[in-house]
Write a protein that binds this ligand. Structure first.
Ligand SMILES: O=C(O)CCC(=O)C(=O)O
Ligand SMILES: [Fe+2]
Length: 315
């Protein structure tokens, strides 16, 4: 560092006052002495402002405040679990000891389902959704009920195609769904310390395909914050298997756990399983997709055997 500058950054204001008190200094002298100090002050303030902006920018998640990233698209997580206090939502439902959440939280794993498996699951979604598709940005295919978005409505794929459905989906497709469901079920049971056999698949279980087309009906408005237990009733544990990559296949579309002042995002990655207890401790939303196409599948579990469904199959 140049010696003549040494000390200058220490206390520009204090030394300025001293200078002003010196009777011999003329106005011209003062102006000359203060000019570099003003410059320094501006530089320091500017640097502080830039740093603050950078900090805010790096922590901001678009439109809803401070955000932390729980899982980045580029990382391969062997398993990450964050415990959160359970809401009271479960108290208003029948309790099933050893299943109804007492330990609540959210987990992410990139090693339960391989990317190759995710690609095969995605091709099931692509096949099915190519038969229909919403006029708006969000289409769903429910392999269990057969519901498929078409235009502004839904059709029942199984009723509509009858026997011909066997030319569209294969037994291997259903087997793959079962394998994936089983692996996710075991992962959830382990993370929450419950027995896998106390969990039952519940409805709806569906593929989603989201793009940036403007919404046409309320069904296309996937971005609203919601609580799955409220929206779907029977859900106790929700899982999402992502089938495409954030910023590779689409922009926007991150999953956001909403918390006062500290939202947490999950960036989708093909093969990434995100799972969480379905009560309001896990209020969440999906950011609007700004470009490309985002595929995912929702697979949820209930503790109540009365709300269980069988794995999807040709019906
Ligand atoms: O696709 C996602 O990331 C979340 C979907 C969701 O919130 C839901 O299916 O309830
Ligand atoms: Fe949800």
């Amino acid at each position: 560092m140049a010696p003549q500058r040494r000390g200058a950054p220490k206390a520009p204001d204090g030394s300025g006052k001293a200078e002003r008190r010196r009777p011999s200094s003329t106005k011209k002298d003062q102006a000359q002495q203060e000019a570099p100090r003003r410059g320094l002050k501006t530089t320091v303030l500017g640097a502080c402002a830039a740093l603050t902006a950078l900090l805010l920018w790096s922590r901001m998640g678009g439109d809803d405040g401070i955000t932390e990233v729980l899982a980045r698209r580029g990382e391969v997580l062997p398993g990450r679990f964050i415990e959160v206090p359970c809401s009271e939502d479960y108290d208003s439902h029948r309790r099933f000891e050893s299943c109804t959440p007492r330990k609540c939280g959210r987990g992410i794993s990139d090693v339960v389902i391989t990317r190759e498996e995710a690609m095969r699951v995605r091709s099931i979604a692509e096949k099915g959704l190519s038969l229909g598709g919403s006029d708006g940005g969000a289409s769903i295919l429910d392999l269990h009920s057969g519901a498929l978005s078409v235009g502004k409505h839904f059709v029942n794929l199984y009723r509509y195609f009858g026997e011909k459905i066997q030319n569209i989906f294969s037994e291997e497709d259903f087997q793959l769904y079962r394998d994936v469901r089983q692996k996710v079920q075991l992962t959830i049971a382990e993370a929450f310390g419950i027995s896998a056999s106390s969990l039952y698949l519940t409805k709806p279980t569906f593929f989603s395909r989201i793009n940036s087309t403007e919404a046409q009906t309320a069904h296309d408005e996937y971005w609203h914050a919601h609580v799955d237990k409220v929206t779907y009733g029977s859900f106790d544990y929700t899982s999402l298997l992502y089938l495409s990559d954030y910023l590779e296949d689409f922009g926007g579309g991150r999953f956001v756990f909403m918390e006062e002042g500290a939202n947490k995002t999950v960036e989708p990655r093909a093969g990434r399983v995100s799972f969480f207890t379905s009560g309001s401790e896990n209020l969440h939303r999906v950011e609007k997709v700004s470009w490309g196409t985002r595929y995912a599948i929702t697979i949820a579990f209930t503790c109540n055997p009365d709300h269980s469904i069988t794995d999807p199959s040709f019906t």
